[in-house]
Write a protein that binds this ligand. Sequence first.
Ligand code: NAD
Length: 284
Amino acid sequence: MQVTLPFSVDLKGKVAVVTGAGGVLCSMFSRAVAQCGAKVALLDRNEEAAAQVAREICAEGFEAKAYRCDVLDRAALEQVRDSVRQDLGSCDILINGAGGNNPRATTADEFLELENVQKDMTTFFDLDPAGVEFVFNLNFLGTLLPTQVFAQDMLGRQGCCVLNISSMNAYTPLTKIPAYSGAKAAVSNFTQWLAVYFAKAGIRVNAIAPGFFVTQQNRDLLFDQQGNPTPRTEKILNSTPMGRFGEAQELIGAVLFLLSQQAASFVTGVVIPIDGGFNAYSGV
Ligand code: NAD
């Protein structure tokens, strides 16, 4: 299944490494960059998911290869980098897509009410430090470590860049998910830090901040078993001036723009919200 590109950019001869490439959004980004001519290394802890996407990309006549890799394991990242160099070439583009939340770092309540503490409900006081650490590590270290390993390939070469995935949570935290919100704020902050650090080395570093897209990982929060919107969905849609969820496909334009050396040669350190106006709206 090919994705519909809003426009094409020329990524011929480039090697793109995508982490979390077996997932919903990053499998689509992988397909898009492959369709623009890049050779794509699909990295995921879930090797079968990445391999399935790689098979589909290759069946369409584009170039891709899957690698099992945990973004928190530096030694494994280095091994995979060596394999990617041999199989496809040195990395020109890194998309840091692996990320997500965890129930152990999620409160059941939006606001603290004394009776919730007394009831058997997971409040802020019950959050598992190991769950908080898991979410911080996955989203923040899981962005930093692959960059340490793959950006070494970019040194002394032209037109290389890193793309991180932030979130609406980075601007204003959503209720219930303090660790995910804090970790994505760290990803946005790190994007700016790294853009400055790499500026004289010619490596551009940017991020996208997706708003609300219905994917497998959040479907149960957004719709009940009958498919009706939950109260959280109503809140989201009321807070989104465009009044609808985004279609995952609508992220591709910003991704390709930021990856394109021709289109975005002077763009570094930005985080582009793709959110139907959610971040601009105060609710009044
Ligand atoms: P997803 O769960 O479909 O994909 C995430 C992928 O990352 C999975 O294939 C998983 O196996 C892989 N992964 C998890 N831990 C890993 C690890 N330690 N090492 C290697 N791979 C690992 O999620 P998605 O919705 O496609 O999200 C992709 C990115 O976009 C994430 O960073 C997420 O936080 C971010 N994001 C998603 C949304 C949304 O609405 N879905 C909104 C904003 C930001």
